[in-house]
Design a protein around this ligand. Structure first.
Ligand code: AHR
Length: 489
């Protein structure tokens, strides 16, 4: 074994906003139909929501869910998804080349959120849609009653306003694949006009303006500067998206969180630059509202599609142990940016690149990536401490410590990103004066490519981890490609 990795909490970063543990549900493949909504499933609630999925969503610790897209929203007319089900139109969805039955829409989504105990975050169509349609949805959802649109909501079974606070001003408008893709200037104008009108309805809404779809976008940096220069005094958050996958170099893939660190630093710096240049006094934070491991080649399933089907099996990635370790380290990176990131949403939630899978008639199950997310989501509301490594000892260990609001316990989230070398960790927690280890778990399998399946959903699950706590120093061993969470009191 290599020399021990000496770590110590080095810097108080900020408080982990519970909204960092968000997720995302899009009308895409079997995300909604067969995922959230499956009337007739043995676990279905009277509303037709899959009950086992709801249970896993609660266990996962998700706090906020963005909906209904994604690329889908840029062609979506929200009016198609409300009112009596048998009168709702069937439409082509040109984003994912499917047929949209519209049997699940805004009212069902908000009702589902109440069941799941999560906050809804609604995305508006600023692709092929316009400000008038966006304002119509706002009035439908949030106005108490006495107008045609708000009374329609009441008649449709929701007497109380949905009171949605978080609104996304479109999706990935910088991407040529997006319906209604436009220049930064044209998008900024649409977003500004929409935001200004929305604020006349309710100045306290939280509005998210579209940033870059990826750090590799040719317009990354300039898009943010142009869009934010026009909108900074009208919005609260700047969106950014990023996905990672193994391009054939596992060691590099396992260091994906370095790239996310840099991406978030760059977006934060761009916000600071625009604030300085415009003399704005507004604090705009980052909404990382799509992030995950996603093998983009699954996009190739979409382009050749000529047959438009309902809820096809697309983007149903099977996640490995290595993917789960990357997801854990991406969450560490998000925590390390708790001072500049206010919202983060893992994309997506069920079936479609999600931590939860649901097959018809079978119990819903947890992918490998479910486990680090559930562990780190327990840090919601905690104070985040970054850690410094005195020596890496040939391993590649990363660690973030979070301390509960009353200081009665701390969570230590650790990863070993090395593909070859075990890490003997000595974590100096003396400043926190810990008395005992309450719980320690390790996510590991001999094969980094190991996955869970519907027939063997517990192949890769957290198992008890041996630790020692001597004079405030926590000692443990992490095998190559592993993830651990330790709770100390
Ligand atoms: O999450 C899948 C897709 O990724 C979303 O629809 C889009 O916003 C992004 O490109």
């Amino acid at each position: 074994p290599a020399a021990p990795v000496r770590l110590r909490p080095a810097r108080r970063i900020g408080t982990a906003n519970p909204r960092l543990f968000g997720s995302f549900v899009e009308h895409l493949g079997r995300g909604v139909y067969g995922g959230l909504y499956a009337p007739g499933d043995p676990s279905a609630t009277p509303e037709g929501f899959r009950g086992d999925v709801l249970e896993l969503v609660r266990e996962l610790g998700v706090t906020v869910v963005r909906y209904p897209g994604g690329n889908f929203v840029s062609g979506y007319d929200w009016r198609d998804g409300v009112g009596p089900r048998d009168a709702r139109p069937r439409r082509l969805d040109l984003a994912w080349k499917t047929v949209e039955p519209n049997t699940f829409g805004t009212d069902e989504f908000v009702a589902w959120c109440r069941h799941a105990g999560v906050e809804p975050m609604l995305a508006l169509n600023l692709g092929l849609g316009d400000a008038r349609s966006a304002l119509g949805l706002l009035e439908y959802a949030n106005h108490p009653g006495g107008t045609t649109l708000s009374d329609a909501r009441v008649a449709n079974g929701s007497p109380e306003p949905h009171d949605v606070r978080l609104w996304c001003l479109g999706n990935e408008a910088d991407g040529p694949w997006q319906l209604g893709h436009s220049s930064a200037a044209a998008y900024a104008e649409r977003a500004a006009v929409t935001a200004a009108a929305m604020r006349r309805f309710d100045p306290a809404l939280e509005l998210v303006v579209v940033g870059s779809s990826h750090e590799r976008m040719p317009t990354f940096g300039t898009w943010e500067r142009e869009v934010l220069t026009r909108t900074i005094d009208l919005v609260d958050h700047l969106s950014c998206h990023i996905y990672f996958y193994d391009e054939g170099d596992r060691a590099r893939f396992l260091r994906s969180s370095d790239m996310l660190d840099r991406f978030l630093d760059d977006v934060a710096a761009t916000i600071a630059h625009v604030r300085a240049a415009t003399r704005s006094e507004r604090d705009v934070s980052i909404s990382l509202d799509e992030w995950n491991v996603w093998n983009y080649t699954s996009y190739d399933e979409i382009e050749p599609r000529r047959v438009f089907e309902e809820a096809p099996r697309i983007l149903e990635e099977q996640y490995t142990l290595a993917d789960a370790v990357v997801v854990g380290t991406l969450l560490q990176s998000i925590l390390r940016h708790a001072d500049v990131v206010a919202i983060a949403a893992m994309a997506q939630l069920v079936n479609v690149i999600g931590p939860i899978r649901a097959e018809p008639g079978r119990p819903a199950w947890r992918q490998t990536t479910f486990h680090p997310f559930a562990a780190v989501a327990r840090s919601a509301g905690h104070t985040v401490l970054d850690t410094a490594a005195d020596a890496t000892g040939g391993a590649d260990a990363t660690c973030v410590v979070t301390v509960s609001p009353g200081g009665d316990h701390a969570l230590v989230h650790l990863a070993n990103r090395s593909t070859t070398t075990a890490a003997d960790i000595a974590l100096d927690l003396r400043e926190l004066a810990p008395r005992s280890v309450e719980h320690a778990e390790l996510l590991w399998a001999p094969d980094p490519a190991a996955t869970n399946t519907v027939d063997d959903p517990d192949a890769v699950v957290p198992r008890p981890l041996d630790t020692r706590l001597d004079d405030g120093t926590l000692a443990l061993r992490l095998p190559p490609v592993s993830w651990a969470t330790v709770r100390v009191r």
